[in-house]
Structures are given as structure tokens and as C-alpha cells.
Ligand binder design. Structure first.
Ligand code: BTN
Length: 317
């Protein structure tokens, strides 16, 4: 029922965007629904921030898509045949990753305007401001060996950095395992949770948060609007991140690990630098020599090369 409503509203939005001004009767005939149904859908869109002016007995005037990351608008901008089959939207939720874990339905994008218990890596909290940031979790079912897990952190951070650099000509970089940074300050993060069956990844939740128009509290964090000194169009950015994510996901499915490894080197802020990482609550220092074929960090410590696995991956069951 809810899904059918979304499909109708996507159609109505397409018509409104094309015609700018159109009567309820015309929309009803194009969509093969009643005028009352048109009115209900338009009312829903207006209540959810889409700017549509109602001209009594004349028709509807489309002004603006508004400020919310509504599934109807995301679908309008995305290819029907994408890896996203369904979108679930919340004004408020505990955490999009937590919700995704409750449903575990492949191809579902869970998106929220605010999280009450947003989760960061290693049990930390993820802060966001309502209607200002980007917060989503995507449920995938890659059915590939468990050894590929760390690569999902890598593609999550790369997708965000790629989208930022493409749209805003920034120099966003990735920081192993799951940070996106601009000028050394964190503006986004990735949290992976998964269900494994024997040696295969059965379900994987790829959670992404991007500080977009908010003012982060921590001094080592930033947001895009702070860097760019202007308000950012969240919908535009979200759609671009999803596009990049799909491209990178297909690289994983086609086992193009070495291509991802190569791209990561270009984007990694610490490549060939002396770094400190936290491994099982211990601080470890060494020179970053890149990632192995599966996204794990290679550190040179003295004369030895050691491989480190992200400690941020969470097993669901
Ligand atoms: C990190 O610590 O860098 C990871 C942050 C991941 C935050 C995102 S926001 C959407 C999704 N839901 C959550 O509760 N966390 C992830």
C-alpha cells in the first residue's frame, strides 16, 4: 500500500516538474486515478515539505522539491534498475543501521532525517542535526567470501569522497578504515554490520553518515557547509553518493579488487605516511603501505610488514 503510494507520487512529481502548472483533472487522467486520490497525494507531498501551490479550481503549481530526503524524490533522480529496490524513510529513528538489522531485506535503503542513537565505530555515538545531514543504511546481500568484508568500508569511504570531489571540486580523502576527511577533519564515516553464513557474507549493512549542513561539535570534525561556506543540496549529494556506491559495489561483485586497491592509494590521506591506528584498544604505529587485495591495512613496522583488519566491523549474528 505504502509502496503503491510512493509509485503514484513519483509519477505526480514527474508530471508537476515537467508542466510546472497543471490541473488536478489532467494529473488524474495521466495517472489513471481519481481527482480525490491526486489531491491526497499532493496534500501528502505538501505536508512533507514539497512546495506546491494550490490554485483553487484551477490546478497545482510546482515550485520546489523542498528540504527533505523523501523516497519519492530520490526515486525521481535514480535509475529504476539500480541496486536499490525499496526506500524506507524516517523523520526520526534510533539508528538506520539498527532498523536495517531488524528487517535485513536486500536492496532496501533506510534513510533518516535524525537518529536518536546514531552509532559510530567501536561503540561511539554518531551525532547529526535534523534535516541537515545525510544518514542512511543500505542492505546488500553480496554472497561473496567473508574475506571481502573490509573492502566494503573502503568502497563506502571512496564513494563519499568521489561524490564530494566530483560535485564540489574538493580534495576529500579517505582515512583507513572508515573515515572521509577534508583538510584533515572528518566529515563522514562508514559503519559496516553483517550476517555471515559459513564462509559467505549473507547480509551486509552499509551505514553512511555525512556531516552536510550541520555544525559538528568536535574540533577534529567538519561539515561540507563549513568547508564550502554555503548550504549544500543534500538530495543532489545523496544521489551522487548512491551512484558512486553502485559503481564500486559492482567492482567488488566482479572481483576487481586490485582496481579498488589502486583507487584507494590515490584517495588515502595517509598512504606512505607514518600513522597511528587503534587495534584492539592498543595504539600501533607504523608506515602505511596501502591496503591488501581485501581492504586490510599493510603497516611497515621496523623491518616487518603487518596486516591490520578494521576492528569496526560488527557481526549481527
Ligand atoms: C564512524 O564512526 O565513522 C562511522 C559512522 C557511521 C554513521 C552512520 S549514520 C547512518 C548509519 N546509522 C548509524 O547508526 N550509523 C551509520
Amino acid at each position: 500500500m505504502q509502496r503503491q503510494g510512493i509509485i503514484q507520487r513519483v509519477k505526480i512529481l514527474k508530471i508537476l516538474n515537467k508542466h510546472k502548472f497543471i490541473s488536478g483533472q489532467d494529473i488524474a487522467s495521466i495517472c489513471h486515478i481519481s481527482r480525490i486520490a491526486v489531491w491526497k497525494h499532493i496534500n501528502y507531498l505538501i505536508e512533507n515539505g514539497v512546495k506546491i501551490k494550490v490554485h483553487a479550481n484551477k490546478g497545482y503549481e510546482f515550485l520546489d522539491f523542498g528540504y527533505r530526503l523523501l523516497p519519492e524524490i530520490i526515486k525521481l533522480h535514480r535509475d529504476e534498475n539500480s541496486f536499490i529496490k525499496d526506500i524506507i524513510y524516517f523523520d526520526d529513528i534510533d539508528s538506520t543501521n539498527e532498523y536495517a538489522k531488524r528487517i535485513l531485506k536486500e536492496g532496501t535503503l533506510v534513510i533518516a532525517e535524525q537518529q536518536k542513537k546514531g552509532k559510530g565505530r567501536r561503540g561511539s555515538k554518531w551525532y547529526s542535526e535534523k534535516y541537515k545531514d545525510i544518514l542512511f543504511s543500505l542492505i546488500l546481500s553480496p554472497k561473496i567470501p567473508y574475506s571481502y568484508l573490509s573492502l566494503f568500508n573502503i568502497i563506502g569511504t571512496l564513494a563519499v569522497a568521489y561524490a564530494l570531489n566530483k560535485l564540489f571540486k574538493l580534495n576529500a580523502q579517505t582515512k583507513w578504515p572508515n573515515d572521509v576527511v577534508i583538510n584533515n577533519k572528518k566529515c563522514g564515516g562508514v559503519l559496516i554490520e553483517f550476517v555471515a553464513e559459513l564462509d559467505l557474507i549473507d547480509k551486509l549493512i552499509l551505514g553512511i553518515g555525512v556531516n552536510t549542513n550541520s555544525k559538528p561539535k568536535f574540533k577534529n570534525s567538519t561539515s561540507l557547509s563549513i568547508v564550502l561556506r554555503t548550504k549544500v543540496d543534500r538530495m543532489n549529494l545523496l544521489v551522487q553518493i548512491l551512484k558512486e556506491l553502485e559503481i564500486f559495489y559492482n567492482l567488488i561483485l566482479r572481483k576487481r579488487n586490485s582496481q579498488i586497491q589502486k583507487i584507494w592509494k590515490e584517495y588515502a590521506q595517509d598512504y606512505e605516511k607514518r600513522i597511528k591506528i587503534i587495534d584492539e584498544a592498543k595504539e600501533i604505529e607504523g608506515v602505511s603501505c596501502g591496503i591488501d587485495n581485501f581492504g586490510n591495512l599493510i603497516l611497515k613496522r621496523g623491518d616487518n610488514y603487518q596486516i591490520f583488519y578494521p576492528t569496526s566491523l560488527v557481526i549481527v549474528k
